[in-house]
Design a protein around this ligand. Structure first.
Ligand code: AMP
Length: 536
């Protein structure tokens, strides 16, 4: 017997319909390149997304077509999110920080016919356009006018976004269709091979957005002002651009200036209460605060993900009264799979043990199941037996776009490539990645553990531990570190700092002080690059 409840497909456009109707005056603030802030509302976003839908039709975009964006976080990028998905097309958010070669590969793999690009990124479009002849037909600059100095190969037309928007009536309603229809495509950089596409659906996106507003996750409210510092080209800004409209929370979009001075200024001026970004962002902001004494006046909650959130950072933010949440996931999981929120047992933990728990990646949210697997099957939840982490759930990829050999299927467990332990309360602690463990004399050393300890040293800003070949032990850890401004930590003193915190055999033999570490497009340290440089 079937239930008698209404069956309405989960549509991304419904998020916007709700926000426009019930939170029509909630603000969207978008910082432009010149530092000015454009202000609009969900009601305006809804109207402009409809106009944009007509523009897309005019450019020949049909349901199922992939439309690319090369853009930072802005109101126009948000309009694209909703308009492209709204007409049943697929928004391919290309990461502009990737190598040109990868961008060309993605655009051609996804068969992109139309690209919307920030003026800053037009040179990238120009550089890859030659490889896209016969595919790419329209390039639209996300500015008032088409940029005059961008020449494209024959058959490609350059447009200005606002000019196109003025040329349509806005009389359009988003259709409803099967909730499993693809909505967005995001390629993950991966450390080996070509980027791989994760193809989200309306259903997975809406369910993930609803999860983000659980009380024990980001818990956005109508009174919140939310700043996704995580780029909209990275796993859809962790779903915040969809979760905020559900709650009616204001959105503050930082544009291209992501340095600590600009961020702190925007956070305070726009009275942001919740912000999300990778640890590098939080580290930079804190360093800026230390140097200048600047305060974060309104920020109440931080969401950190993408790489491990060091406990020293958590402690310093919480000492300022800012609650820190550590989340884990991947592009392949939309991306949130676990979230760190307290359980009753936390009340029994003292200061240090509580901090240890807060530094874990958190526990599985409803909708996702996670387990650690080793040769004997599922590892016990004892907080010490490591295993390869696998997960499955409503917003986990069943395989990559046009890579049938990668399919794990609708019920399969997705291999994350991360290694971790799960404690008796279900909290997941990442101890390493499959490709990033250091194996010394047959024993594993966690590079993440080494880095977490290193950044707890008062003179160290950032650290990376890598495996270097060793004649006796197979591999030994090498620690590369970037000192905090004005500090010059002595390698021997750093090694001494490790003593007592880890078994002596796992303390790095060599410590190298460097000016900076190479970061990938999403802010992660490029270990492959470091291993290549320091292997010898
Ligand atoms: P991406 O798909 O680029 O978001 O990368 C996902 C990968 O980043 C995961 O498989 C982890 O290796 C890493 N990662 C994400 N969140 C965390 C976290 N909270 N702590 C440690 N590593 C993380």
């Amino acid at each position: 017997m079937q239930g008698l409840m209404q069956r309405r497909d989960l549509m991304i456009s419904s998020l916007l319909d709700h926000a426009a109707r019930h939170h029509g005056n909630a603000e969207i603030v978008s910082r432009r390149d010149d530092g000015t802030r454009a202000r609009s509302t969900y009601a305006q976003l809804s109207r402009r997304a409809r106009r944009l839908a007509q523009v897309l039709h005019g450019l020949g975009v049909r349901p199922g077509d992939r439309v690319a964006t090369l853009a930072m976080n802005s109101d126009r990028h948000l309009e694209l999110y909703y308009a492209i998905a709204g007409i049943g097309a697929v928004c391919n958010t290309i990461n502009p920080r990737l190598a040109q070669d990868d961008i060309a590969y993605i655009a051609s793999h996804a068969e992109i016919g139309v690209i919307f690009a920030d003026p800053d990124f037009l040179p990238i479009v120009q550089a890859v356009a030659g490889t896209l002849t016969g595919l790419l037909r329209h390039v639209v600059t996300l500015s008032d006018e088409a940029a005059a100095d961008c020449t494209l190969p024959g058959g490609m037309v350059l447009h200005g976004y606002e000019t196109l928007m003025q040329g349509v009536s806005g009389a359009f309603d988003f259709p409803s269709f099967d909730e499993n229809t693809a909505s967005a495509l995001c390629y993950t950089s991966g450390t080996t091979g070509r980027p791989k596409g994760v193809l989200y659906s309306h259903r997975s996106t809406v369910l993930h957005a609803m999860m983000m507003n659980f009380a024990d996750t980001a818990a956005l409210r109508a009174v919140d002002r939310v700043m996704p510092i995580v780029p909209m080209f990275h796993a859809q800004a962790w779903g915040l651009a969809f979760a905020a409209p559900i709650a009616g929370a204001a959105l503050v979009l930082p544009g291209r200036h992501l340095d600590p001075v600009s961020l702190l200024d925007l956070l305070n001026r726009e009275r942001v209460t919740v912000a999300a970004g990778v640890p590098t962002v939080w580290l930079g902001l804190l360093d800026h605060q230390r140097r200048t004494g600047a305060r974060l006046d309104t920020l109440q909650r931080i969401m950190s993900g993408g790489s491990a959130f060091p406990r020293a950072l958590i402690a310093e933010y919480e000492a300022q009264g800012i609650a820190c949440s550590h989340a884990w996931g991947m592009t392949e999981s939309s991306p949130v799979a676990t979230y760190n929120a307290p359980k009753p047992g936390n009340a029994e933990l003292d200061g240090e043990a509580l901090l240890d728990r807060k530094a874990t990646q958190g526990r599985a949210v409803f909708g996702i199941d996670v387990r650690a697997e080793n040769d004997s099957g599922e590892a016990p939840w004892d907080g010490k037996t490591p295993g390869n982490l696998v997960f499955r759930g409503h917003w986990v990829a069943g395989g990559y776009y046009r890579e049938p050999e990668t399919a794990v299927g609708p019920e399969g467990w997705f291999p994350t490539g991360d290694v971790g332990v799960i404690d008796s309360e279900g909290y997941v602690l990442l101890t390493d990645r499959t490709k990033d463990l250091i194996k010394s004399g047959g024993e594993w050393i966690s590079s993440i553990a080494l880095e977490n300890i290193a950044v707890g040293h008062p003179d160290i800003a950032e650290a990376a531990a890598i495996a270097v070949p060793d004649a006796r032990w197979g591999e030994r850890p090498l620690l590369l570190l970037v000192p905090r401004e004005g500090c010059s930590p002595a390698p021997e003193a750093v090694r001494a700092f490790f003593r007592g915190k880890l078994p002596s055999w796992s303390i790095p033999d060599r410590v190298v002080v460097v000016d900076s570490l190479p970061h990938g497009a999403t802010g992660k340290i490029l270990k492959t690059e470091l291993r290549r440089i320091y292997a010898a």
